[in-house]
Write a protein that binds this ligand. Structure first.
Ligand SMILES: [Zn+2]
Length: 231
């Protein structure tokens, strides 16, 4: 495996899930193992976890490059590409920040139900493991599409259990990613995404959706295009 961020080939893994979360998600042992890899397996060279690497691979697919994300910083798109990153996208922020048209939107200060930018502002919108906390996530996806230029793309990750369908957690015991003692309601998990995760950007009006992995099924990222233009 090569790291799509820096090209590194050596990875280390430490488990990150705790028993309470495994129980709330009703994860099997093998599901818990691959979610642990998604969050806890990291590139020794740049520190990106598999989730961030899958996301980098989605961005590379949009750029149409076989270069690593780090190399792409020196490519033809690097000065002009306008990127909106909502919430810190894993460990990609230091790399994304170096693109010429980079804008950061803190979450939850930036309301994903009403993104504070004009229509058709960005080439790329990026968020990572954020949408599962947003109550009306299809509307949030529509908002992401609204601020994208024609031909732009949304690249994002959500924790995904690939062997079952998406489920709404309303009515279930509150579940937090992070320490429940300190987590705010903004970080309550609203939705557990499953094999149909790709259908929601379609519902939000994106024209096509592709799925990119770092190490399937441990980490997948979606790239949803807002129509096509020749780049
Ligand atoms: Zn790396």
């Amino acid at each position: 495996m090569h790291c799509g961020v820096c090209g590194g080939t050596v990875f280390s893994c430490r488990p990150v899930l705790w028993d309470g979360l495994i129980k709330e998600w009703q994860l099997s042992r093998s599901e818990a193992d691959y979610i642990d890899r998604q969050q806890g397996e990291t590139c020794d060279q740049c520190g990106a976890n598999l989730r961030s690497i899958a996301l980098a691979n989605a961005v590379r697919a949009f750029l149409g490059t076989a270069q690593t994300l780090q190399e792409a910083l020196h490519g033809p798109d690097s000065r002009t590409l306008s990127i909106l990153e909502i919430n810190e996208a894993g460990t990609l922020t230091p790399f994304l920040r170096r693109f010429g048209g980079y804008v950061f939107g803190a979450y939850p200060e930036v309301d994903m139900h009403a993104i504070p930018y004009a229509d058709a502002t960005f080439d790329v919108v990026i968020h990572s493991d954020t949408l599962e906390h947003v109550p009306n996530f299809v509307h949030a996806l529509k908002e992401c599409r609204r601020v994208l230029k024609p031909g732009g793309a949304l690249c994002y990750t959500v924790p995904t259990i690939v062997g079952r369908m998406t489920r709404d957690r309303s009515g279930l015991q509150k579940s937090f990613h992070g320490n429940p003692a300190t987590a705010s309601d903004d970080l309550v998990v609203q939705t557990e995404f499953g094999a149909d995760a790709w259908t929601y950007p379609m519902l939000a009006g994106f024209t096509d959706v592709s799925i990119h992995t770092a190490a399937y099924p441990a980490a997948t990222a979606l790239m949803a295009r807002n129509g096509w233009t020749v780049r």
